[in-house]
Design a protein around this ligand. Structure first.
Ligand code: HEM
Ligand code: HEM
Length: 223
């Protein structure tokens, strides 16, 4: 089964592309995380009351699926190697890109887990629903004293907010780097993460990609 999946994915990765599963994970999760950042910030401005509670319920309902998607994505990533693309040159830039990917994976787990911990450590936790429909359990904090719950809440809130700050720093670096590789270096890295549109007329979707010539030819080549 895993061998068959690897063979299927290799048809994409040997052309410098992420498999459609990797692409779907990437864009669905990127959209959800960006939504959560905006919605979480908006929610923090709503005055305490029913609207704020409802907004946090929406925040939790959208955030909890990220935890399950993160498990699926990590499993996929560990079993199915990603592509090697033009940007995979030895050096600090590749190492930095991988480090940013690790940070994203930490956030994919850390944000929902700390959100879940915050929710479960309130004195009377409200009900949680995955995607607003499927009942989701509370973490087993009911044996803790109120004082201990308060400490859990404080710690979870601090980590949640620090992860938010971290993600807000690395997203512009990640997006900026992918645009720089695409428009400046003319590397295939962003193309490999976009859904493939099968169109033989479209060179962007051509099955075989080879890096374009450098924009400024070196002196030898220029004669
Ligand atoms: C990737 C997923 C998530 C992201 C990006 C995210 C982002 C945010 C942001 C931006 C805030 C507002 C911070 C502020 O300005 O005060 C926030 C607050 C909060 N989030 Fe999340 N969140 C995520 C997942 C979750 C989940 C799954 C839950 C609950 C199950 C949750 C529960 C909360 C709570 C309770 C707060 C209020 C914290 C406070 O006391 O200020 N979050 N989150
Ligand atoms: C417009 C926004 C975005 C663009 C253009 C973009 C582009 C890309 C590209 C080109 C890659 C492949 C990098 C490589 O193979 O070295 C990639 C990988 C990745 N991106 Fe993004 N990205 C965007 C937003 C995001 C966001 C918001 C997140 C996180 C919430 C994210 C998380 C990741 C992760 C974790 C990987 C590693 C691939 C994997 O292990 O699954 N990206 N992205």
């Amino acid at each position: 089964m895993i061998r068959a999946l690897r063979l299927w994915a290799r048809k994409h990765t040997e052309r410098g592309r992420y498999s459609p599963v990797g692409v779907a994970f990437h864009w669905v999760m990127a959209f959800l995380v960006l939504f959560q950042l905006g919605w979480g910030y908006y929610t923090s401005w709503i005055p305490v009351g029913g609207d704020k509670l409802y907004a946090y319920q929406v925040h939790s309902a959208v955030g909890l699926p990220i935890l399950l998607l993160a498990l699926g994505r990590l499993g996929w990533r560990l079993l199915i190697p990603g592509p090697v693309n033009d940007a995979d040159e030895p050096g600090w830039q590749s190492q930095f890109a991988y480090a940013v990917h690790y940070v994203f994976y930490i956030a994919f787990f850390g944000l929902p887990l700390t959100g879940w911990a915050m929710w479960s450590s309130t004195a009377e936790p409200g009900a949680l629903y995955l995607a607003g429909i499927i009942p989701w359990p509370q973490l087993p904090f009911d044996q803790l004293s109120l004082d201990q719950r308060w400490q859990v809440m404080q710690a979870a809130e601090t980590v949640h907010l620090w992860l938010v700050v971290t993600v807000l720093i690395v997203i512009p670096l990640h997006v900026g780097a992918s645009l720089k590789h695409h428009f400046w270096d003319r590397h295939d890295v962003l193309r490999g993460m976009l859904p493939e549109v099968p169109d033989a007329e479209d060179p962007q979707a051509a099955p075989q990609h080879s890096p374009r010539e450098p924009r400024i030819p070196d002196e030898k080549a220029a004669g």
